[in-house]
Design a protein around this ligand. Structure first.
Ligand SMILES: Cc1ncc(COP(=O)(O)O)c(C=O)c1O
Length: 404
């Protein structure tokens, strides 16, 4: 611990942070793989990984080395110049995603902003003055004005009217609702959905991933852009590099972030098919998007995911956790949904309190979303032993919670 430089917080002074988060009363000073450590050395099993971000675990030595080397060489020039690490990262991302063009941004919301801009420009190219995008109920696309307007959660939107126009909402999974909108609105240009709604409760559509195939068909029929938000589901999280790879379709526009940088803030909006070439010089930009440092991190993350079969591990260990939870929680009116290392345990009652109970009683970091869904987003390279550790900490907590 002696080599850790702690933040020089002046505890006798007030915090100057905006109160945008209800924070848990704990801080971690270091991490290692699937574990986080407080200053006194207590280890916590991290089944949240910074909300689906640190897919390769904390302080991954190869990523740490890549960051250190690049920081000592060249952090940032500008997108006014060629950036070889950005070109290499784009080649790697295209290879694992099947997409053609890539624009690097700095976050998930920003990647979705890029997608929304692509849809609008695509519409304008066809002479549609007020292009509309279909989005889903219970979705989450970010906190910028356009992405919170696209989000299907009024709590996120409250207080920020006037919202950005141009979004039409349908229940998640409801193909008929999309078809009805198609008849009523000749100005629709795109559909934007998450393959699995993360914040919304780890939900697939009722018909499963075939929803994506149905959307693909409708988009082809109407020449709309099929746009998938894989900010949370991307980069190996669900046991495939991207969740749509559980199907045979490819979207026209794909967004990602979170696991792409394993904690380094970087995202991407990608195109293929009819979305290629929509954005041209001068249409979009970002000072920081795709710096030499960020791009080298992306390249390194994807390279490790590929070479060490970590995506397969996420699928296998994720399924193991789901199977164990299903059998150990059977008879308790609990539904376990799992896709690789994106796991939701829906309880019959609100369970936000479990977050503090798990941390305080079991040194276990979990999340609760949609009120009654325990969400697990462990590291993709978690071992079976660590998975057993997770299950042994979590199952008795849920049982006790449901019996009280
Ligand atoms: C599906 C999805 N889209 C977009 C976002 C926003 O990403 P960011 O917080 O990086 O802007 C999130 C974040 O949770 C997300 O889960």
């Amino acid at each position: 611990m002696s080599n850790i430089t702690l933040a020089p917080v002046q505890t006798d002074q007030p915090s100057h942070l905006m109160a945008t988060y209800g924070r848990q009363p704990i801080s971690f000073v270091r991490g290692q793989g699937s574990y986080l450590y407080t200053e006194d050395g207590t280890a916590y099993l991290d089944a949240l990984t910074g909300i689906a971000v640190c897919g390769l675990g904390h302080a991954h030595p190869v990523i740490a080395q890549a960051i250190a080397e690049q920081a000592q060489t060249l952090v940032h020039t500008s997108n006014l110049f060629e950036i070889p690490w950005q070109t290499a990262a784009a080649q790697k991302l295209a290879e694992v995603s099947g997409m053609e063009e890539i624009f690097f941004s700095n976050s998930g919301a920003e990647s979705n902003e890029g997608a929304i801009k692509i849809a609008r420009k695509y519409g304008h190219q066809q002479g549609i003055q007020l292009p509309k995008i279909i989005v889903a109920e219970h979705s989450f696309h970010g906190r910028t004005l356009a992405t919170l307007s696209a989000t299907g959660n009024t709590k996120v939107q409250e207080g920020f009217a006037p919202l950005v126009e141009g979004f039409l909402r349908v229940p998640f999974g409801d193909i008929e609702a999309i078809q009805e909108l198609a008849l009523a609105h000749p100005d629709i240009v795109a559909i934007l959905v998450e393959p699995i709604q993360g914040e919304g409760g780890v939900n697939t559509a009722p018909q499963g991933f075939s929803y994506l195939e149905e959307i693909r068909q409708i988009c082809n029929q109407h020449q709309w852009l099929m746009m998938l938000d894989e900010v949370q589901t991307g980069n190996g999280r669900t046991g495939k590099f991207f969740a749509y790879q559980h199907t045979n379709i490819v979207p026209d526009v794909l967004t990602t972030a979170k696991g792409l940088g394993n904690g380094f803030p970087i995202g991407a909006v990608m195109t293929q098919g009819r979305a290629v070439g929509v954005l041209q010089a001068g249409n979009h930009g970002s000072t920081y998007g795709g710096t030499a440092l960020g791009s080298r991190v992306v390249y390194t993350v994807l390279d490790i995911l590929q070479k060490e079969n970590i995506v397969e591990n996420a699928g296998k260990i994720g399924q193991y956790i789901v199977d164990q939870l299903r059998s150990q929680l059977s008879g308790l009116n609990v539904t376990v949904r799992g896709f690789g290392m994106m796991i939701g345990i829906e309880l019959p009652k609100a369970c936000g309190a479990l977050v503090n109970i798990a941390r305080e009683q079991k040194q276990l970091i979990i999340n609760v979303t949609a009120g009654n869904v325990v969400r697990l987003l462990p590291a993709l390279n978690m071992t079976q032993e660590q998975a057993d550790d997770l299950i042994q900490r979590l199952v008795p907590l849920i049982k006790d919670f449901l019996h009280n």
